[in-house]
Design a protein around this ligand. Structure first.
Ligand SMILES: Cc1cc2nc3c(=O)[nH]c(=O)nc-3n(C[C@H](O)[C@H](O)[C@H](O)COP(=O)(O)O)c2cc1C
Length: 306
């Protein structure tokens, strides 16, 4: 095989979904060092061993390739900011997170899904990386779900599951789509105000499939993407799951029209929760960096994945 195009190869490797870890050690002066790594793999149960691959380009490469001890911290859902600190931050990374050290002085990050304290077993040359093989001396597992990473984006199985889960008893379930085309989003006009196209779900219907069928039925050709907002509205007794979708054409379907994102703030929406959701969408679409809101009409959390 000729030398492959590195961009295409990176993309192909990136299709393999992984977790995210932060690998830590101390340099000769005792300074804590760490980098984000998804090249982690469990290797052996008996004896307990794992591996991770530091790149030769790391500023801390010599310290990791020559260390006696290191730790692998498996990040939990919601710790994408910690991942970003240990992937890009140029200053003192450990000043930006909460951490402690284990009995052997290995830096451990707080709030993770698991951590492994390792003694270096072997360091194997492997092209532009090395394989750091560690013998596990200590480990902890918190029970939190691990943060996911695939094709350059973080994902969170727990939140995706919540999006697909049946609503609390007594609530109606409604799925909707914020359908984008160019600079506009598709909105339906109702007597109570504007809202994105939506459909009432029956029972434990597969949410995405039901929404796709609905969009098809109203004449909108769109691909449904990530979950964007999941909230309960006590006033209307409804559990909403909204997804971002991209339309294949400007055909707005039966009841809708594409409205420029810039003018969303001037519209009256069916509820305060819908107005808040569309306000956040207008802001986030400028950066193309969309979070996922989980909560109710009064409050909740936005989880950022990009
Ligand atoms: C999700 C993710 C996974 C990464 N995996 C690895 C990895 O396995 N090995 C590696 O050397 N760098 C990996 N990186 C990149 C390093 O974290 C980054 O190059 C490093 O923190 C730069 O540190 P420096 O500025 O000290 O050189 C990854 C980055 C991200 C965001």
């Amino acid at each position: 095989m000729n030398t492959p195009d590195p961009v295409l190869l990176r993309r192909a490797f990136g299709a393999f979904p992984t977790g995210v870890t932060v690998v830590t050690t101390r340099d000769g002066t005792g300074r804590p060092l760490g980098f984000t790594a998804n090249s982690f793999a469990s290797v052996s149960l008996d004896p307990p061993m794992l591996l991770v691959c530091p790149a030769r380009t790391l500023s801390s490469f010599d310290a990791f390739a020559g260390c006696d001890r290191f730790a692998v911290n498996v990040l939990a859902e919601g710790q994408q900011d910690v991942s970003n600190v240990f992937a890009t931050h140029r200053g003192e990374r450990f000043a930006a997170v909460s951490w402690r050290e284990d009995a052997s002085g290995r830096p451990l990050i707080d709030g993770t899904a698991a951590n492994f304290g390792c003694r270096t077993e072997r360091v194997v040359d492997a092209g532009d990386h090395v394989i750091l093989l560690g013998r596990v001396e200590t480990f902890e597992c918190s029970g939190s779900r691990g943060l996911g990473y695939a094709s350059g984006h973080y994902f969170s199985l727990g939140l995706e599951r919540e999006a697909a889960a049946a609503p609390r008893q007594g609530l109606k379930a409604v799925a909707g789509a914020i359908v984008e085309y160019g600079d506009g989003v598709l909105l339906e006009s109702t007597a109570d105000g504007y809202r994105p196209p939506q459909v009432a779900l029956s029972g434990r219907a597969r949410v995405r499939a039901a929404l796709a069928e609905h969009l098809d039925a109203i004449g909108v050709d769109a691909d449904i993407g990530k979950a964007y907002s999941i909230f309960d509205d006590a006033k209307t007794g409804t559990h909403y799951s909204y997804f971002i979708a991209s339309a294949a054409s400007s055909a707005a379907g039966a009841a809708g029209e594409f409205v420029p994102v810039d003018s969303l703030s001037q519209l009256r929406f069916v509820s305060a929760a819908h107005a808040e959701m569309m306000k956040r969408f207008a802001l986030e679409s400028r950066q193309r960096c969309f979070g996922l809101y989980v909560g109710d009409e009064q409050g909740g959390d936005v989880h950022q994945f990009n």
